[in-house]
Write a protein that binds this ligand. Structure first.
Ligand SMILES: O=C(O)CC1=CCC(=O)O1
Length: 265
């Protein structure tokens, strides 16, 4: 079954893409700030066949509704919960990148019945600090996303990928993000510190970092992954903040090894 649909929670319509057999083990993907569910386009075809694969656009992004900013992490976690519940999912492997990884942590804390394992990619229990997000919000409000797009691309990608034409697809995606959606998510990240609750998680977890990541550097990712006993940490070399875009084959290989090791499917 290959399905594109909208689900509505709290008056906000969320755009969801669902693939694979309804009763199969599920993998749910959550995107990062300034991207949408296309973040996973190159990964999905490389996953083991027979999984239920659900991707959605975070509120304010892609084809989901764009409520006025600010948003809270509680709202983002409830959105993810609503997506899982709408598809009657249980025991999912939840894969989140950057703010998507914060949502993954929040959902695993809130709904242990829904999440059996995590992939926390290029993320942390806390990303940045109040001043960083205040400054980012002020820049977007006064100058717009286009004005800071090149600076963002240098955080997202290694120098080699930044210089390539392939980067333009991602720059276009960032610049097309509605201002309210971008600002809303910035507020949610600014208000989030999962350090204590994430320390209480006891589920299989894979952490992925990129050696050239200018947004969530490897040491920051590792600090969060180390909070969870028994977790695994993988450092991908010569990639930045979006390794699933920059090195999809290597990224999918890490996911697939983890899927095999935890017997998910
Ligand atoms: O700084 C960026 O644009 C990267 C980023 C931080 C949080 C997120 O989701 O993306």
């Amino acid at each position: 079954m290959n399905d594109i649909t909208q689900i509505t929670r709290d008056g906000v319509s969320l755009h969801v893409a669902a693939q694979g057999p309804v009763d199969a083990p599920a993998v749910v993907f959550a995107n990062s700030l300034g991207t949408d569910l296309r973040l996973w386009d190159d990964i999905v075809p490389l996953l083991p066949k027979g999984l239920r694969v659900i991707r959605y656009d975070m509120r304010g992004h892609g084809q989901s509704d764009v409520p006025d900013a600010p948003y809270t992490m509680g709202q983002l976690v409830s959105d993810a919960e609503a997506v899982c519940d709408a598809f009657k999912l249980r025991d999912v492997l939840f894969v989140g990148l950057s703010v998507g990884g914060m949502v993954a942590q929040g959902l695993a804390i809130k709904r242990p019945d829904l999440v059996r394992a995590l992939v926390l990619s290029n993320t942390a229990a806390k990303i940045g600090n109040a001043k960083l997000w205040q400054d980012r919000i002020a820049t977007v409000q006064t100058k717009g996303l286009d004005a800071m797009a090149d600076e963002v691309m240098k955080r997202w990608f290694s120098p080699g990928f930044y210089a390539s034409d392939a980067m333009l697809h991602w720059r276009d995606m960032l610049v097309a993000t509605p201002t309210n959606g971008y600002l809303g998510i910035c507020h949610a990240i600014a208000g989030t510190d999962f350090y204590t609750p994430t320390s209480a998680l006891r589920i299989p977890t894979l952490g992925i970092a990129g050696s050239e990541d200018g947004a969530t550097p490897p040491d920051l990712v590792r600090e969060t992954i180390d909070l969870i006993p028994g977790s695994r940490f993988e450092l991908m070399r010569r990639v930045g903040h979006l390794p699933c875009a920059e090195a999809p084959a290597a990224y999918a290989a890490l996911l697939n090894q983890f899927i095999a090791d935890i017997g998910h499917g």
